[in-house]
Design a protein around this ligand. Structure first.
Ligand code: WTA
Length: 645
């Protein structure tokens, strides 16, 4: 932690959308008169019909929240059509391929045409408003086209990250009952091929609901093909008309489902709706990244995560921005790739994750310094707490002390950024997410739910609805209530710990539930555990996070084998592969320790607190072990802790 303050440079404060005085005034108004405030702000979109009431519902009772009730709009219309008269030929999307020699750009007019075509393709397959479509695509332009096409006709998309396994994909298809799946022959990342179609085939085998699989040709690899079920994207598009009027959607019609991890083994289908989400993602994008005409904006996330939804596609395109989408990875073909991309496209705003910054930092300054980066004027981070060391490197070396950093805190559930500095309005503190965005009322509570005033350390909650929040968990409103509104009455529980300092700035300290954050990817420890125990040789497994230099948190698995299954290196490898197959590469444990027993209370509950300490190698600090049923188990685990961990 560092106490150094980085003040807002004068030039910045003058040119930014929001300066200090404006922030205070607007924040004040957003709390004292939310309806007036948001009613005015929602004018940033084009509505077919205005709303009759700005806001309905509260965090008490059944938590049925509505924004812009009765308003009608269309997301693709707002992201495309309305920009055509003024900036039809301006670049909407720059796609940078895995191979540095390959990039493409799409004007608003071109993107509009592609989206209309694909919307007609979806219609020709019988899809109508309210139907669900699953998208399992690598980071290629067709992904942006597919999402926007869904929104054009009111189809709800569920995007599944391309790194997830066939089983994870199948689980998500089954949950939302998507009849159509969109995938590619293969993905390409860092020169490696990812067998998208092969995974999709395996998933569809387990999902009879899927009638059609649309396949984009990315690498041209030979793939298996089921005539009648599998349809080539290219041919469908050739035959489709470019005329597709946008559906008039209700502000509260579902827009997309995005699955995310919680404390239990089953991913939650976070449901976002149309009006509030788009207003919120557009406004936060404009204010927090201080987006102005002429900026070239690049968010390095994968669209399979919420960051890509809100801040590669919806927020930027609603604002008529030029948004960059990158297929590859930071280290291919070498560690200068990010900076070469910045120079190649003249990127002025860069939004990435602490895990990437740490990995880049480890390569030293040279790969950065041999590039220009003169175009950069603002940097952002998201996904996990950023350690001050990484923050300072990002600031000094990447931004050459010229670019403010916005450390943006938010979640899949929140739809958009809730806590972040506004770059023209407040000084920066390395590691602090600073202040709430307009209309956001954070609070810190203790374990018993008492509100803590002033400087405080505790659990982060939000006390009032905001437009971009999730409305429910798809098909399971009681789980929605249970997850977010049962811990403390009448407030939204974030699952994060936070500290508020003397100045009123927030510092996010990380998850306080059984969710771990691996390279900025959210994973439930229960998901990894259930994958492990599904292996025939495993009797029991416990998974915890531990501090990891690059990933933020790594995955530490304690595995108890069945009596007839002896531990071996071969079995260890097999289990790691098993998890990769069950969930995906992101869930593969960094450390796997054979554990003849697990520390349990006398009532049989696994004492994760102790497992976390052993994983973190804080062996002198195991805390109270008096409730352990068998203290010898802990001794055994500490003695046999793998040396490499
Ligand atoms: C963590 C990603 C500290 C946090 C947008 C949250 C952060 C979880 C930050 C959500 C940040 C996100 N500082 N922690 N700036 N941003 N987190 O749903 O624990 O993939 O609850 O959404 O990431 O992860 P999710």
């Amino acid at each position: 932690m560092t106490d150094t303050l980085f003040p807002v440079p004068d030039s910045w404060a003058k040119a930014a959308w929001i300066d200090n005085v404006t922030y205070r005034r607007m924040y004040e108004q957003s709390l004292s008169d939310p309806e007036g405030f948001w009613g005015e702000q929602a004018g940033c979109l084009d509505w077919f019909r205005p709303w009759t009431k700005v806001k309905e519902g509260s965090f008490d009772g059944d938590v049925h929240i509505s924004w812009f009730c009765g308003g009608k709009l269309n997301v693709s219309y707002n992201c495309l059509d309305r920009h055509l008269p003024m900036r039809g030929d301006a670049v909407a999307l720059i796609w940078e391929g895995d191979d540095p020699a390959v990039s493409r750009s799409f004007s608003y007019r071109q993107l509009h045409e592609e989206v209309c075509r694909f919307a007609n393709v979806l219609k020709s397959l019988g899809l109508r408003r309210g139907d669900r479509v699953t998208i399992y695509l690598p980071m290629i332009p067709e992904l942006a086209v597919a999402m926007l096409a869904c929104t054009r006709i009111g189809v709800v998309h569920s995007i599944v990250f391309g790194g997830f396994s066939a089983d994870s994909l199948a689980e998500r298809i089954r949950d939302c009952q998507g009849r159509v799946l969109i995938t590619a022959d293969e993905g390409l990342r860092g020169g490696q091929r990812i067998p998208a179609k092969e995974n999709a085939d395996k998933a569809v085998e387990k999902c009879p609901i899927v009638e059609k699989v649309i396949v984009v040709k990315r690498t041209g690899a030979a793939i298996s093909w089921i005539p009648g079920r599998d349809l080539p994207w290219g041919e469908l598009m050739e035959n489709a008309s470019t005329d597709c009027p946008p559906e008039e959607m209700d502000a509260e019609d579902p827009l997309f489902i995005l699955y995310t991890s919680g404390s239990t083994g089953k991913p939650k289908g976070v449901l976002h709706t149309t009006g509030g989400y788009l207003v919120f993602s557009a406004m936060t994008h404009k204010h927090i990244f201080d987006y102005h005409d002429g900026d070239i904006y690049w968010c390095t996330a994968d669209i399979g995560w919420v960051t890509g939804h809100s801040y590669i596609i919806y927020g930027p395109l609603a604002n008529g921005a030029t948004t960059v989408m990158f297929e590859g990875v930071p280290h291919y073909p070498d560690w200068s790739r990010f900076w070469n991309i910045v120079d190649k496209h003249g990127i002025s705003i860069l939004y990435t994750a602490p895990t990437a910054i740490r990995a880049l930092m480890r390569q030293g300054d040279e790969p950065v310094q041999k590039t220009s980066r003169r175009s950069l004027r603002l940097l952002g981070t998201v996904g996990e707490p950023i350690n001050p060391e990484a923050w300072l490197w990002y600031y000094d070396v990447v931004g050459e002390k010229r670019c403010p950093i916005v450390d943006t805190w938010w979640q899949t559930e929140t739809g958009g950024i809730l806590i972040s500095p506004l770059p023209g309005a407040m000084p920066l503190k390395p590691g602090s997410a600073a202040r709430p965005y307009f209309g956001v009322k954070p609070a810190i509570v203790d374990a018993a739910g008492n509100f803590l005033e002033g400087p405080a350390d505790g659990n982060l909650v939000i006390t009032d609805p905001w437009p971009g929040m999730l409305r429910t968990i798809y098909g399971d409103h009681s789980r929605f209530l249970q997850t977010y509104f049962s811990m403390y009455k009448g407030v939204y529980f974030t699952g994060d710990g936070a500290r508020r300092d003397e100045d009123g700035d927030y510092w996010i300290t990380g998850r306080i539930d059984d969710v771990i954050n691996v390279s900025g990817h959210r994973l439930g420890t229960a998901e990894v555990e259930s994958a492990l125990v599904a292996h025939p040789g495993v009797a029991e497994a416990a998974v915890v996070g531990f501090p990891h230099e690059i990933k933020g948190q790594g995955i530490y698995a304690y595995v108890t084998l069945k009596a007839d299954c002896p531990p071996s290196e071969v079995l260890r490898e097999e289990l790691l592969l098993w998890v990769r197959k069950e969930i995906g590469a992101i869930a593969v444990p960094d450390v796997l320790q054979w554990s003849p027993g697990l520390p349990k209370t006398r009532s049989g509950k696994i004492m994760r607190r102790i497992l976390r300490k052993i994983a973190a190698n804080s062996l002198d600090d195991l805390g109270d072990t008096s409730t352990l049923a068998e203290p010898a188990v802990v001794e055994e685990l500490t003695r046999n802790r793998p040396a490499a961990a």
